[in-house]
Ligand binder design. Structure first.
Ligand code: NAI
Length: 398
């Protein structure tokens, strides 16, 4: 159980790029990172607008000399300090992730980057190679994946509690972009439908990479063999990017699956769901009820497993924070992700490969896998929504 005791030797000196006053996701990073005394926010290039970024950083309590006009200046100046930053989070629009991550690694910094990590597998692999060369960690903020009940799903599947996996039903939808209005008025929505900044997809990258990663977290042995993706833009000006997509999957073990991802699911307030159907039972988890897990055994009454209870697998107890009866949510999930990445960085700094080997967290391979998921979906959709063999770095070079 997490009780506030230190999990690493000392807090890591932490900086942020982006996540400024007007940024959507910045606060999630800070609420996650600052929870467990594992990071001290000591520097930032928080905003594309340098003046606003400085004002914001000072307001957060960062020394004004360490609120920088841009990330290049931050990396250069901080490297001259004895107590300069050692890890940086990148919470900027997608199209900037590659250059900022590479610059950070070259400056000797561990990196915590937003999803989707980059636009292409080639770029993602370059990042992995540079991180390995430098002995640095790259974590990816699939924030929802810190929800404890996902570890319960992983444990139950591993223990055969649902039998052989037959069906994988994934969904991440909402209706916030059901009309074109936000594309014009909301800066964060505007770049999401611009391929130069968003990359080769809108909802496939923005939404479904989360759910795809969680499916891999829950079922690490399940590999996609082929998929078919049908993507469309109901708001025509978003073309060639999609605001809706359906993906059918065939897995190597014979299981089949589907992913529905959409930003035009008008009225939807409850749109992220994972249902895994096995030969004898099913598990179902909703992001809107993260403390509960439905366990449905064929022929028996449906059970709702509740977070924090003693009947859960011990895998969950390591990240339990509040105990039974008390609800946890997204900020706890983010704190769990930031904590695990801190443990990874601390272990890497100490050369403790044993800790790294058993730690479950969204690492560089999870970042690469998200990029590959998008690439395979787009390749299928843009060839007329045909079945394509699922390509990964290994399969291409096999
Ligand atoms: P946003 O447009 O709301 O905010 C971007 C922030 O970055 C702003 O503060 C902006 O001033 C700053 N910025 C832009 N370029 C910069 C640069 N070169 N240097 C310094 N600051 C810069 O975008 P939003 O929605 O916060 O998304 C940012 C990233 O986070 C995206 O990659 C997105 O996919 C991801 N995201 C992830 C979520 C998650 O749950 N993990 C949730 C929302 C977004």
């Amino acid at each position: 159980m997490i009780n506030g005791e230190n999990r690493i030797t000392r807090p890591l000196r932490w900086g942020m790029v982006g996540g400024g006053r007007t940024g959507q996701v910045g606060y999630k990073h800070r609420t996650g990172a600052l929870r467990d005394k594992t990071y001290d926010l000591v520097a930032g290039a928080f905003d594309i607008n340098a003046e606003r970024g400085k004002d914001f950083g000072v307001n957060l309590g960062v020394d004004s000399d360490r609120c920088y006009p841009d990330y290049q200046t931050m990396f250069a100046e901080e490297s001259n300090l004895d107590d300069g930053i050692e890890v940086v989070s990148i919470a900027t629009p997608n199209g900037t992730h590659y250059e900022i991550t590479m610059a950070a690694l070259n400056a000797g910094l561990h990196v915590i980057c937003e999803k989707p990590l980059v636009f292409t597998t080639k770029e993602a692999v370059e990042i992995k190679q540079l991180a390995e060369e430098k002995g640095l960690i790259v974590g990816v903020t699939y924030g929802f994946s810190g929800n404890v009940m996902l570890l319960q799903m992983r444990a139950m599947i591993e223990q055969g509690k649902i039998g052989d996996i037959h069906l994988v039903d994934l969904q991440y939808t909402h209706g916030y972009a059901a009309t074109v209005d936000g594309d014009k008025k909301n800066a964060a929505q505007k770049w999401r439908v611009d391929p130069k900044i968003a990359g080769p997809s809108f909802v496939l990258g923005d939404l479904s990479t989360h759910t795809y990663y969680m499916s891999q977290l829950i079922m690490p042995e399940m590999k996609i063999k082929k998929l078919l993706c049908d993507r469309q833009s109901f708001v025509g000006s978003r073309y060639p990017l999609e605001d809706n997509a359906y993906v059918l999957m065939h897995y190597e073990n014979g299981a089949v699956g589907r992913m529905w991802t959409s930003a035009v699911d008008a009225g939807c307030m409850d749109g992220q769901r994972i249902r895994i159907v096995g030969s004898k039972a099913s598990l179902e988890w909703w992001d809107s009820k993260p403390n509960e897990l439905r366990y449905e055994v064929q022929g028996e009454p449906i059970q709702t497993l509740v977070r924090g209870t003693e009947y859960l697998d011990e895998l969950t107890s390591e990240y339990e924070r509040l105990g039974t009866l008390h609800q946890e949510g997204l900020s706890d999930a983010w704190a769990n992700i930031y904590l695990r990445i801190a443990v990874a960085i601390d272990a890497k700094n100490r050369g403790d490969e044993a800790t790294l080997d058993k730690l479950i967290y969204p690492d560089i391979d999870a970042g690469i896998a998200g990029v590959q998921w998008i690439e395979n979906c787009v390749r299928s959709a843009d060839n007329g929504s045909v079945w394509v063999e699922y390509e990964t770095e290994e399969s291409v070079h096999a």
